[in-house]
Design a protein around this ligand. Structure first.
Ligand SMILES: Cc1ncc(COP(=O)(O)O)c(C=O)c1O
Length: 372
C-alpha cells in the first residue's frame, strides 16, 4: 500500500465503496424514464434540507450556478456590490459577475482563513447588497459576527458552503445561518456527485420560490416565463447518487477529523503551521492545508515519496489576470497575500488508511530533518 501513489483527493474510492447501490439505482432511474426534475431530485432536496436543518432546498446544475441564482433570488441586480474574499475558488467571484453584480474583497483572518469580520464595515457602500462568507477548506467563517454586521446595515448573507458540507458553529450546521446558502457537489467535495451538481438552501419561502423560477427560465407555470431566467437543474442520476452518499456524510466527516487530528499532532511537534482549531466550530477538513515558506521544495520532496499535494489556490482571485487591478478592496488584502505564498494541501479524504497517513507524516519528518 505504501508504494501506491497517494493523491490529494480520491473520489473514485467513494464510488467503489457504494458501487453496488450506485449501479442498481442507475438502472432504476434509467428504467423509470423520468430524467429531469423527477422523484430523485425531489427526494434529495427534501433530505438535504432536513440534513442542513432548513425549510427549503433547490438543486441546480453546479455550485457556481447556485451562488449566481441565490444572489439573484436575494434581489441582487446589475451594478450591486457583493462583499466576499479573494482567498477562494474563482467560482465565488465568477458567480457574482455572471449576474452583472460587482465583487468587493475583504481580507481574511489568519486563524480561520475566512473573511475577517472587522474588515467588512469599511467596504460597505450604498450599493452593497450581500456579504458572501466562504467557509474555506471546511472551516466555518465567523458567521454570527457577519450576520450581526449584515443586520446593522440591512444587508443579506449568502453562505458559500461549497467546501463545508456538515461543518458546524455551536453545533448548528453551516448553510442554516444566512438568508441563503450555496453548495457544490463537485466530485471531490465532502458530499460529491459523479459529475456536476449544486444546491441552494434557505428558510425563506419567497427566496425559495424565486430560486425555483430562476433555475428554469423564469417559469412559475410551465412554458410561461415571468422574467428571464436560466436552465440549471440537477439531473435525476446525480440526485440519486447524492441520496446514497448523503447517508455517509457524517461518518466520513468524522474520518476526516480523525486524520486531521493525527496530522495536527505530528505537525505541531515538527514545527509546521497547520490549520487552527477554532473553539466554537466543527471543521470538516474538505482540504488539509499547511503552511511552509519552502512549500515548493516540500511538494517536490513529497512527490518523490509518492505523495500528491496541491495549491488551493496558486493565486488569490485579485491577482489573477481576469481580475487584477479592477476589484475594490484589492489593495488591502495583506493576510490573503501572505497566506497564498506558503499554502500546501496534503492528502485528505475519508478512505486514507492509517498506513498512508503514517507515510505522509514520516515523509514530512524526513523533509524537516533534511532541510532543518
Ligand atoms: C468555495 C467554492 N465556491 C464555489 C464553488 C463552485 O462549485 P462548482 O465547481 O460546483 O461550480 C467551489 C467549487 O469548485 C468552491 O470551492
Amino acid at each position: 500500500m505504501k508504494n501506491d501513489f497517494i493523491p490529494v483527493s480520491n473520489p473514485k474510492l467513494k464510488f467503489l465503496s457504494r458501487k453496488k447501490e450506485i449501479l442498481k439505482i442507475t438502472d432504476t432511474v434509467i428504467e423509470n424514464g423520468m430524467y429531469i426534475l423527477g422523484n430523485e431530485v425531489t427526494a434529495f432536496e427534501k433530505e438535504f434540507a432536513q440534513y442542513i436543518g432548513v425549510n427549503y432546498c433547490a438543486a441546480v446544475g453546479n455550485g457556481t450556478d447556485a451562488i449566481a441564482i441565490a444572489l439573484k433570488a436575494l434581489g441582487v441586480n446589475v451594478g450591486d456590490e457583493v462583499i466576499t474574499v479573494s482567498h477562494s475558488a474563482v467560482a465565488t467571484v465568477a458567480a457574482i459577475e455572471m449576474i452583472g453584480a460587482v465583487p468587493v474583497f475583504a481580507d481574511i483572518e489568519e486563524d480561520s482563513r475566512c473573511i475577517n469580520p472587522s474588515k467588512i464595515r469599511d467596504l460597505i457602500s450604498s450599493k452593497t447588497k450581500v456579504i458572501i462568507p466562504v467557509h474555506i477548506y471546511g472551516q466555518p467563517a465567523r458567521i454570527k459576527q457577519i450576520i450581526s454586521i449584515s443586520k446593522e446595515y440591512g444587508l443579506k448573507v449568502l453562505e458559500d458552503c461549497a467546501q463545508a458540507h456538515g461543518a458546524k458553529v455551536d453545533n448548528q450546521l453551516v448553510g442554516s445561518f444566512g438568508d441563503a446558502a450555496a453548495f457544490s457537489f463537485y466530485p471531490t467535495k465532502n458530499l460529491g456527485a459523479i459529475g456536476d451538481g449544486g444546491a441552494i438552501v434557505t428558510n425563506d419561502g419567497s427566496t425559495f420560490n424565486q430560486v425555483l423560477a430562476i433555475r428554469q427560465y423564469g417559469w412559475r407555470q410551465r412554458y410561461i416565463s415571468d422574467f428571464s431566467g436560466v436552465n440549471s437543474r440537477l439531473d435525476e442520476l446525480q440526485a440519486a447518487f447524492l441520496r446514497i452518499k448523503l447517508k455517509d456524510l457524517d461518518d466520513e466527516n468524522v474520518k476526516r477529523v480523525t486524520i486531521a487530528n493525527r496530522y495536527n499532532s505530528a505537525l505541531s511537534s515538527l514545527g509546521f503551521t497547520f490549520p487552527k482549531v477554532i473553539s466554537d466550530s466543527y471543521h470538516v477538513y474538505h482540504l488539509y492545508v499547511i503552511e511552509s515558506n519552502n512549500r515548493d521544495d516540500l511538494a517536490d520532496f513529497l512527490k518523490s515519496k509518492g505523495i500528491g499535494t496541491a495549491l488551493h489556490y496558486p493565486l488569490p482571485i485579485h491577482l489573477q489576470p481576469a481580475y487584477k487591478g479592477r476589484i475594490k478592496g484589492s489593495d488591502k488584502l495583506f493576510e490573503t497575500e501572505r497566506l497564498y505564498k506558503s499554502i500546501l494541501s496534503l492528502p485528505m479524504y475519508p478512505e486514507l488508511t492509517a498506513d498512508q497517513v503514517s507515510h505522509v507524516i514520516d515523509s514530512l519528518r524526513k523533509w524537516k530533518e533534511l532541510r532543518g
